[in-house]
Design a protein around this ligand. Structure first.
Ligand code: MG
Length: 271
């Protein structure tokens, strides 16, 4: 198998850097090496419950190097930034957690309380572990009676925890799509390409990036759609190499990929 010669790493977080809070050393070693060799490293996650600020702290601690806010792209930032660039500062009714609200405020949007749903021009939906019927009703009303724009952070149906899975943002999106009879207008998360484009922008528009992730239908499908090489690591959700590996390669971990010559660092001379 032909290996990848890469000048940037775009890295999924859950299942690549850590799994349920446990660090995945066989990946982190290589991430650290990339960092030390000046290879741009950008972290790309669908998790919108934390802000990039919080991620940069957690990732700096995990990697043992300073990971800046600019090296983190999550679906909360992607949603907030997409909304700012395409529709301008908005009045948003948020179904989501603190991290999503923080990114929306940073991008210049105004979060509304549930009683203010009449003033919402956009409903932003992400994972909300404090979801209530009241909050969903406010979002439903803004979507059906105000025809608010329906923006979502991702459609992940569930995510892994010890012993199984728990409902993801996609389950909450489905609730509102069912109740309103509307489809979400824009998905700011993986596997859509908008969020990947933000990560590539952050990485300095590399010529030979690689997308590293643990999920075929999210990380690898996105990379394939974008025409970017993918590297599926078996350190997260996916435990066995899939039968169809069109457009990506599979390794047990980043260390395994490096040891087998599937991944090399080829920095582009700085311009
Ligand atoms: Mg993952």
């Amino acid at each position: 198998m032909e290996g990848y010669c890469v000048d940037a790493l775009i890295l999924d977080v859950d299942g690549v850097v850590w799994l349920e809070g446990t660090l995945i050393e066989e990946n982190i070693q290589v991430i650290r090496r990339a960092y030390d060799e000046g290879i741009p490293v950008v972290f790309l996650t669908n998790n919108a419950t934390r802000s990039r600020r919080v991620y940069s702290l957690l990732l700096s601690e995990a990697i043992g190097r300073r990971i800046s806010v600019e090296q983190v792209v999550n679906s909360a930032y992607s949603a907030a930034e997409w909304l700012r660039r395409t529709r301008g500062p908005s009045k948003v009714l948020v179904v989501g957690e603190e991290g999503l609200v923080e990114e929306l405020v940073l991008a210049g949007h105004t979060p509304l309380s549930t009683t203010e749903w009449r003033h919402a021009d956009t409903v932003v939906v992400g994972l909300d572990r404090n979801i209530t019927y009241h909050k969903l009703s406010a979002a439903h009303k803004a979507l059906t009676r105000r025809n608010a724009f329906f923006l979502i952070t991702n459609r992940d149906p569930a995510y892994p925890v010890t012993g199984g899975t728990i409902p993801g943002a996609g389950a909450i999106v489905s609730f509102l799509e069912t109740s309103t009879g509307r489809k979400a207008d824009f998905n700011a998360g993986k596997p859509e390409l908008g969020i990947l484009d933000l990560a590539l922008e952050r990485a300095g528009r590399p010529r030979n990036p690689v997308m590293v992730g643990d999920r075929v239908e999210i990380d690898m499908d996105m990379a394939r759609k974008a025409g970017i090489p993918g590297l599926l690591v078996l350190t997260g959700v996916t435990k066995e190499p899939p039968s169809d590996t069109d457009g990506f390669i599979v390794a047990h971990s980043l260390s395994d990929a490096v040891e087998r010559g599937l991944l090399r660092f080829c920095p582009t001379p700085s311009s």
